[in-house]
Design a protein around this ligand. Structure first.
Ligand code: KG4
Ligand code: ZN
Length: 454
């Protein structure tokens, strides 16, 4: 143990194997991510069995790479933090088992982290990193913000910051598996979360992925729709909010999807509940009414020639022999990337499709905004933290920022690389737990539907 607050974070809840070393929840020494996108892209979604297998292949080299990049060894660490849920059972198990073994072998404390808490802390990590940069450049002038990195107190630990200007915060975690609103506040040195709202069915990212798949674009769908929507007329297809209206009649009833089951809905204000399955169905109906299916299928085959084969035969690709396999980032299969110019976009699809995706995105972002701002006002939030894969979306970032400025409410996003899954956010979220000695024991288990907060 170094005593300098070095935490190794490990993340394997979905389709990214990631490891990172973060100092005192405030300075990233390394962050390594092995993406499985090339593996899952041809199926148009994550195949859980393949995800576990890829995690097994990547976990050891990814952790080694994170230590090497940070220029440290296992002996320099103070703790190991690992995502224990929510996520895919088999995928979680790989990271968790490896983290447990490392902690046992090295005699290091183990900290189990909720993936959603990790996403929230991605924004806090950015806050602290920019503060450190500012302090460095201003020669450590007092900024009026009680920073994370300070001199240890008499007991040798660092006090977590309380930045009363920005708290409490409303956190919108918007990813492939979640669309959740939490009230987040630092309390007694740790963070507490209470659930304010969430989706009753599909997550926003799931809607992006399903619509992109339906239209014959790549996986994950968010970056494709993000890129294409810029070239379409977002008022062309009038997706009314009634198509993503809050299903008031479902409030109080048992949620239908796995994501929805991971958090209770009783006592939530029905106006802060989301539902994204309706808009996905509306896109499907539009595609059928306008005979766009063939165009979409032809595009899918053009982009992913092997996709049709795999889905028809329902076959798994050749299982790599684990013993002989190594993880080599440069060996990853190239996957098609979203177009960058209008010409490239039009070479890929019709203007009608561009208008459709622009209208879809406008409706989804509008709904996220409407409910998030209403919730922020209701709970008296001083700022909104927006995090998770969908927070990388350009339209979402600009519209939330403009509306926040209009209302005098600060809006914060993680940097793009911290928006999607990574392990730096896990190591960062672990820091307050480390300070309050909340360590896991042998019984820490992977929990695919782990809920956050009350
Ligand atoms: O947080 P994340 O990496 O993994 C989960 O925890 O689910 O989020 C992945 C999700 C996917 O659904 C992906 O389509 C979506 O984030 N996503 C985006 C964008 N980049 C990723 N959605 C909209 N716009 C983007 N630029
Ligand atoms: Zn995530």
């Amino acid at each position: 143990m170094s005593g300098s607050g070095l935490i190794l974070g490990i993340e394997s809840s979905c389709d990214e194997t990631a490891a990172a070393v973060v100092e005192r929840g405030a300075r990233t020494l390394s962050s390594v991510i092995a993406s499985q996108i090339p593996t899952h892209a041809r199926y148009g979604g994550v195949v859980p069995e393949l995800a576990s297998r890829e995690h097994l292949r990547a976990i050891v080299p990814v952790v080694r790479a994170a230590l090497a990049q940070a220029n440290i060894t296992l002996a320099d660490l103070d703790a190991i933090a690992v995502t224990s849920g929510p996520g895919l059972a088999g995928a979680l198990l790989v990271g968790l088992t490896y983290a447990k073994a490392l902690s046992f072998a090295q005699g290091l404390p183990l900290i189990g982290i909720n993936h959603l808490e990790g996403h929230i802390h991605a924004v806090l990590l950015n806050d602290r990193e920019s503060l450190l940069k500012k302090n460095d450049s201003e020669n450590m002038k007092d900024t009026g913000f009680s920073p994370y990195i300070q001199q240890p107190n008499s007991t040798g630990v660092l006090a977590p910051e309380v930045n009363s200007v920005d708290e409490p915060a409303l956190a919108l975690v918007v990813s492939g598996g979640h669309t959740h609103l939490y009230l987040a506040r630092p309390r007694h040195g740790a963070w507490s979360y209470s659930l304010v709202g969430r989706t009753l069915d599909d997550a926003a990212g799931e809607a992006y992925d399903k619509v992109a798949k339906l239209l014959g674009f790549g996986y994950p769908g968010g970056p494709w729709i993000d890129a294409l929507a810029r070239f379409g007329d977002s008022r062309a297809v009038p997706f009314a909010f009634s198509q993503i209206k809050t299903k008031l009649h479902l409030a109080g009833k048992a949620p239908r999807t796995k994501a929805a089951r991971s958090a209770p809905i009783a006592n939530l204000n029905p106006h802060f509940l989301f539902s994204f399955s309706g808009i996905k169905t509306a896109v499907l109906r539009y595609v059928e009414l306008n005979n766009l299916r063939e165009e979409a299928q032809a595009r899918a085959i053009r982009l992913f020639p092997s996709q049709a084969l795999h889905s028809e035969q329902n076959e798994m690709p050749g299982a790599p022999g684990l013993a002989s396999e190594t993880w080599d980032p440069s060996a990853a299969q190239p996957t098609p990337t979203p177009p960058k110019t209008k010409e490239e976009a039009l070479a890929l699809c019709s203007q009608q499709i561009l208008d459709l995706v622009a209208s879809f995105q406008r409706a989804v972002v509008g709904d996220l905004m409407k409910k998030s701002f209403a919730a922020a006002e209701a709970v008296g939030a001083r700022r909104i933290l927006i995090t998770g894969g969908v927070s990388a979306n350009r339209e979402l970032r600009s519209r939330f920022t403009v509306e926040g400025a209009r209302r005098g409410l600060r809006i914060a996003f993680p940097t793009l690389s911290l928006s999607t899954d990574n392990a730096a956010m896990i190591a960062t979220a672990a820091w307050p737990h480390f300070l309050s000695h909340e360590f896991a024991d042998d019984s820490l288990a992977a929990n695919p539907s782990l809920a956050l907060g009350r």
